[in-house]
Ligand binder design. Sequence first.
Ligand code: OMP
Length: 286
Amino acid sequence: MHRGEPSYNQPMKFLDLLRQAERQNSSMLCVGLDPEPAKFPAAYQGDARKIYDFCAAIVEATADLVSAFKPQIAYFAAHRAEDQLERLMAHMRSTAPGVPIILDAKRGDIGSTAEQYAKEAFERYGADAVTLSPFMGFDTIAPYLKYHDKGAFVLCRTSNPGGDDFQNQRLASVAGEPRLYEHIAQLAQGPWNLNGQLGLVVGATYPAEIERVRELAPSLPLLIPGVGAQGGDALATVRAGWREHGPIVVNLSRTVLYASAGADFAQAARQVAMQTRDQLQAARLA
Ligand SMILES: O=C(O)c1cc(=O)[nH]c(=O)n1[C@@H]1O[C@H](COP(=O)(O)O)[C@@H](O)[C@H]1O
């Protein structure tokens, strides 16, 4: 069953699509598409017109190994390569029709502007889910939830050290004085999750916090970046975040994309993706 062809004549919901891809490819791995022309192999190096070709080769090499792809919009926009992102979205849909695409845009603005961002993510690019900042509150999240078949991952405990600045602060105004990231997890698991569309972003660099988020949000899908280049550990990530009824999507970008600087870059990306996929699967049993 492919996206847009469900048996009950409605588009498939994001969470169902994710679970189906996870089963189909026996994978919890998400390959992040963060193309940097300066890091491209010799034939493409420094050439922003090759962003599509580079990413398409990675997608083709890893399509049967992943539960999601995550293009990061800034890596396209910075090079005026939005047209290449549009082509890439179409290519991912035809090459890997069962694999959901999470557009990493980390949007967060007042409702009227959020409507435009939602339209951009879901109508222009046809993404299945988007990443959002909760900083401005629920009315900035709500416009995305009007697209009932789409998903939204809300930043909760991010992978970067500066995440501490706000996310680890206690909220004296909320009963029990939770930390901000704990409060976000509770909101996303509960009152904000009107139609079962929300997930949370938690960094692999903080496994103890992943575990805490999992206690507070037992069934939400967790998007977990930070394994590999940022030092997060695959086994600790799975132990802390994966539950039978709580899926995880573990993102690797640079470690996969730039596994080789040679002409064999796509093959090398496939090798790293396969090793990581297998490592993550094995960690479920460990
Ligand atoms: O939302 C994200 O995807 C994200 C959240 C976070 O807390 N940390 C984080 O690194 N990311 C993104 O995940 C990717 C990580 O890339 P690598 O460190 O190269 O694997 C980048 O696209 C980041 O923008």
